[in-house]
Design a binder for this molecule. Sequence first.
Ligand SMILES: *Cc1c(COP(=O)(O)O)cnc(C)c1O
Length: 426
Amino acid sequence: MANQLKPETLCVQAGWNPGKGEPRVLPIYQSTTFKYETSEQMAKLFDLEESGYFYTRLQNPTNDAVAAKITALEGGVAGMLTSSGQAASFYAFFNICEAGDHIVSAATIYGGTYNLLSVTLKKLGITCTFIDQDASEEEISKAFRPNTKLMFGETISNPGVMVLDIEKFARIAHTHGVPLIIDNTFATPINCRPFEWGADIVTHSTTKYMDGHATSVGGCIVDSGNFDWNTHAEKYPGLCKPDPSYHGLTYTKDFGKAGYITKATSQLMRDLGAIQSPQNAFLLNIGLETLHLRIPRHCENALKVATWLQENEKVAWVNYPELKGNTYYELAKKYLPNGSCGVLSFGLKGGRDIAIRFMDNLQLAAIVTHVADARTSVLHPASHTHRQLTDEQLIEAGVAPDLIRLSVGIENAEDIIADIEQALTK
Ligand SMILES: *Cc1c(COP(=O)(O)O)cnc(C)c1O
């Protein structure tokens, strides 16, 4: 039923359907544990024979309601919350990869995910080949190996705001018999639902637009249920062969389309424990209720700011996918017809030193590491996140020394532009 409702209604209503006399608003189940009448009832839960709550590390009703809302928004069959976006990416990969396996990923992705793939997973014996997401199918296909288990990319990359050709990625992944995992953090399901373009699994840093108010770090994984693990059973023994840690049940057999998420919950959450606190899930849910109102305003404001910057003579360049002439303009029209996101980047004539002086003169836009919340914020990667690098190293890393990243908020666009204008004049 929920999937027939439109996104605006799902944002407000999905996930929590109270019965007679129950709280209208999703309650915070601030309880580590849940009570049963008989020892037998509890035993069945531990064997995954019956579903039910017993310990919040595995499942909590507040978290489940919020995961169900995001699952409905993405049009998936099962979802789970995690403590952060990083935990969501790690679980999404580690659920189907082990030592000796290989991943193919777009190179221009969020720095934290890049480190996870290139440094930390490598220590666990999982290697990654990074590819240029704009390369031809033929070129990208060369990265695949017999031990490749998944392909990964971001709908809109952070911070480059490059738009991914999801259909192309899905074709390549499926030709090689692996699922496509998409980080949909910047677009959100309001602007793009990757499952409609062939993606199999979606991850989110809910820390960004979903929470939207910069109050809570969190993540989410949603499964479309579309990837047929059993066709490639020898590649995914963790899903298609009996699990000795649960008396030999088989996830794809016993849980069908929910197998992937059930495994991530009952194995990875059980053993690694990166849960979202119910308090944070509650705040996330309040954020989600207005996601469909906030996202269009972020996009509208960002386009106004980008257009204004482009016309200003002190500005050297502007990168925003919805500007005509941008490399990703056509892909944005196709995948993001209603708008892309509130993040853009630009450079000032005069380079690095001018960028620093400009930022120090901003009054409304705050200097913070965060992006994608209600308040306009700004960051200069060359002096902050990448400050140890020389100008040459910065260019190699794809970060222009003069690049200013602007996360446009939902204030009045004229006020945001006026702030930029006064800082430029100074
Ligand atoms: C922030 C971010 C992450 C990491 O999320 P956290 O919640 O900070 O752990 C992953 N992917 C993208 C695209 C992000 O912007």
